[in-house]
Design a protein around this ligand. Structure first.
Ligand code: 3PG
Length: 391
């Protein structure tokens, strides 16, 4: 199914004051922004609005509730190669004046919405006050669409609300990959916590032909199969669920592939006594930190096709060199396969970005939690709040 919501191209924005909920939630170190992936993704919508002569008011949160968006506004100006003004408040008479003084092609960034607790509380009066700054609302922060916050679901009650081009691209790409994939559809999953990944795994199992489970998540499955896991991260309260998923997969005639060898250590920081061993030989003091080469070698059938590969979750503690081999090898295999590759989830995207591999995949989602929700078959409140295409 195509994207069902109206987009910024379905509405007349010429000369209008357009509030864009955009993604300025980027890592800031010593006041500097090195990773501009999200700002690049925000660009097409803003540029489209400028082409149309709109007056643009950008609003966003930063996960750090005390972090000003001022340095992000400056970085955005560089990315856009266009003047961007910043005002250090969200609701004030200064903002009102600045918004009323906007001319076509002006871009104004307001302060971090989370300076106000009302944002996360989805406070109606707060949403209504924000809505008063514009004539039209454009939702273009895919990364936040799983949050039912005032700027995402409150403002659309008061203004015509449509999707931005970045949001449309994300939702459309992920939905199509799951609903109409080029077959076979393979999922490579991993990451630390089974509890956050179980929904995605259950949903993906209905869609995919094969699944590989790596990362710490695999430990819980190995424990469910009665394998020794030593001092590895295992979610004991999820073992029954892991067993249920293994049974469901078996009943559906699908295989969940698990590691056959692992990289273990007796300490993670600094890495001590690092060895690669069979999953049957994990000692009681061992901590599983990555998958081994034999595991990767046995996954060839998952990569040797021209279908679709969805990758969500690293294979090990990739931030530590000694434990990054599995994740690097998975990335290489996916890149050199002939398949369409889609990467989602915060940690996996961090890995891909830090390794400079972003352009090697067909699509890398900007969203962590939001892409997980979508890949779990859930609706995103920030998308649901927008106008339907046929309305
Ligand atoms: C993200 O970075 O995943 C989104 O922008 C959401 O941020 P949050 O987890 O602080 O709500």
């Amino acid at each position: 199914m195509d994207f069902t919501k109206k987009t910024v191209k379905d509405i007349d924005v010429r000369g209008k004051r357009v509030i864009v909920r955009t993604m300025l939630n980027v890592p800031i170190e010593d006041g500097k922004i090195d990773d501009t992936m999200r700002l690049q993704a925000a660009k097409p919508t803003i540029e489209y609005l400028l082409d149309q002569g709109a007056r643009v008011v950008l609003i966003s949160h930063h996960s750090d509730k005390d972090q000003s968006l001022e340095p992000v506004a400056a970085a955005l100006a560089d990315v856009l190669n266009h003047d961007v003004s910043f005002i250090p408040s969200v609701l004030s008479s200064d903002v009102e004046r600045a918004v009323n003084a906007l001319k076509p092609l002006d871009v104004l960034v307001l302060e971090n919405l989370r300076f106000h607790p009302e944002e996360e509380q989805n406070d109606d009066a707060f949403a209504r006050s924000l809505a008063a700054y514009g004539d039209i609302f454009v939702e273009d922060d895919f990364t936040a669409c799983h949050r039912a916050h005032a700027s995402l679901v409150g403002i659309p009650k008061y203004l015509p609300a449509v999707a931005g081009l970045g949001l449309e691209l994300e939702v459309d790409t992920i939905t199509k990959a799951l609903e109409h994939p080029k077959k076979p559809l393979v999922a490579i999953t991993g990451g630390a916590k089974v509890s956050t990944k179980i929904p995605i795994l259950s949903f993906l199992l209905k869609k995919v032909d094969s699944v590989f489970v790596g990362g710490a998540m695999a430990n819980t499955f190995l424990a469910a199969l009665g394998k020794p896991v030593g001092k590895s991260l295992v979610e004991h309260d999820q073992i029954d669920l892991a067993n249920k998923i293994l049974e469901e997969a078996k009943a559906a005639g699908k295989t969940i592939l698990l590691p056959v060898d692992v990289v273990v250590a007796s300490e993670l920081d600094p890495p001590t006594n690092v060895r690669t061993i069979s999953v049957d030989d994990v000692g009681e003091n061992d901590i599983i930190a990555d998958v081994g080469p034999q595991t990767i070698g046995q996954l060839d059938e998952l990569f040797n096709h021209e279908g679709t590969i969805i990758w969500n979750g690293p294979a090990g503690i990739f931030e530590t060199d000694e434990f990054s081999g599995g994740t690097t090898a998975l990335a290489d295999k996916i890149i050199s396969s002939g398949a369409y590759s889609l990467v989602g989830g915060g940690d996996t995207c961090d890995f891909v970005d830090n390794a400079g591999l972003h352009d090697k995949f067909n699509f890398v989602s900007t969203g962590g939690g939001a892409s997980l929700e979508l890949m779990s078959g859930n609706k995103l409140p920030g998308v649901e709040a927008l106008l339907d295409k046929e309305a």
